[in-house]
Design a protein around this ligand. Structure first.
Ligand SMILES: NC(=O)c1ccc[n+]([C@@H]2O[C@H](COP(=O)([O-])OP(=O)(O)OC[C@H]3O[C@@H](n4cnc5c(N)ncnc54)[C@H](OP(=O)(O)O)[C@@H]3O)[C@@H](O)[C@H]2O)c1
Length: 336
């Protein structure tokens, strides 16, 4: 696929947090600035204007009339929207798609790509690529360099995830709750989170399954196995929502098959593409907001494990956890 031949790029979910970040990241590519962008949202926002390339662009509603008019599609919508539209697009046009939702991530034929890890799975004949769950991407960005040297046996992720992981309305909900508290009102309007999020920590992201595992925890386990190509890899995830606006933070404990050597582990993390290694100090959500790299610090031996290591990892889930990862996939796809 050649970018030069491409005239129109469609972004579905363009008014959302991931969609907006995606437009910004795409426009950083000089070759993309000359393309026509068509921005889609739900019917609620269709017809409104939004800023794009220094002018006002009309938000469209996605209908079948657009199928032949768009050369490449990005989806940054709820899962059900992608599940409905992507098969229609693939069956009725020659256009290719990158999907940021969870709709197709575990489909056998659909590559689930983190460019630093498994870009080789993106071949010229593929027409749909999925970008992983944000927590999965950030965790694997730190685990992959160590896995290449010491080979993962099993790992645990304890995540502390921001309100913007729930999109625009997640941020609105947190801000409303903080305002209510500051005005002395005890009632909190709970819409997206399972309990009031302001001044709280909620150990549930998504529905809890009958085995007590949350949707987010299951995504992390199943997607990590697919990306690392090991269907039996032992993984435990515990995902917690905290009242932070942007960035997901996580404590990762990992056990390896090979004997760990401290300087080798540090070197692997320090030299890894897309990672910022903290020799001293540690990354935090505020510092990593709007940064494309994920931060890793507080590396320690985990003496509860054989060949175990513990580390603190932070990443901007709207960038490397979503939009930036999608743009990196796109950039590579254009070279095939
Ligand atoms: N937020 C994150 O950190 C993150 C990270 C990785 C992946 N993701 C995934 O990325 C996707 C988007 O997340 P987000 O956080 O950007 O959510 P969001 O802020 O709620 O945005 C959702 C977008 O989808 C649009 N939309 C809703 N229904 C639609 C429809 N029927 N047709 C066309 N567009 C429709 C919305 O349009 P309106 O403005 O008109 O409602 C909005 O533009 C989700 O699948 C999410 O799981 C999110």
């Amino acid at each position: 696929m050649v970018l030069h031949d491409m005239k129109t790029i469609g972004i579905v979910g363009a008014t959302g947090l991931v969609g907006q970040t995606l437009s910004e990241e795409l426009l950083k590519m000089p070759e993309c600035r000359s393309k026509d962008f068509v921005l889609f949202s739900s019917n609620k926002m269709a017809g409104y204007l939004c800023d794009l390339k220094g002018s006002r662009s009309k938000i469209e509603s996605l209908t079948e009339d657009w199928l032949k008019k768009v050369d490449f599609w990005f989806f940054a919508t709820p899962k059900w929207v992608a599940s409905h539209w992507i098969p229609i697009i693939l069956n009725n046009s020659d256009a290719n798609c990158i999907d940021g939702s969870s709709a197709f991530r575990l489909h056998g034929e659909v590559p689930l790509i983190i460019p630093e890890i498994n870009m080789h799975q993106l071949t010229p004949t593929k027409r749909l690529v999925a970008s992983p769950n944000c927590t999965t991407t950030i965790a694997l960005m730190a685990l992959w360099p160590l896995h290449k040297v010491f080979h993962l046996k099993r790992f645990w992720v304890h995540s502390y995830q921001s309100a913007s992981g729930m999109g625009n309305d997640g941020i609105r909900e947190l801000e409303e709750q903080v305002k209510s508290w500051s005005e002395g009102k005890s009632h909190a309007n709970v819409r997206n989170f399972h309990k009031p999020l302001a001044f709280n920590a909620i150990p549930q992201i998504g529905h809890l399954d009958t085995d007590g595992v949350s949707e987010e925890e299951r995504k992390l386990v199943l997607e990590s196995r697919k990306i690392l190509g090991d269907a039996n890899l032992k993984i435990f995830a515990n995902c917690v929502r905290i009242p932070v606006l942007r960035c997901h933070s996580m404590e990762i404990n990992a056990e390896f098959d090979k004997k760990l050597d401290w300087s080798g582990a540090k070197m692997a993390l320090k030299s890894a593409e897309g990672l910022h290694w903290y020799e001293e100090g540690y990354p935090t959500a505020l510092e990593h907001s709007k940064r494309g790299t994920c931060g890793v610090g507080r590396l320690r031996y985990d003496n509860a494990l054989d060949n175990g290591i513990a580390m603190w990892v932070v990443g901007d889930q709207l960038l490397k956890g979503a939009a930036l990862n999608m743009v990196q996939i796109f950039q590579h796809w254009m070279t095939l």
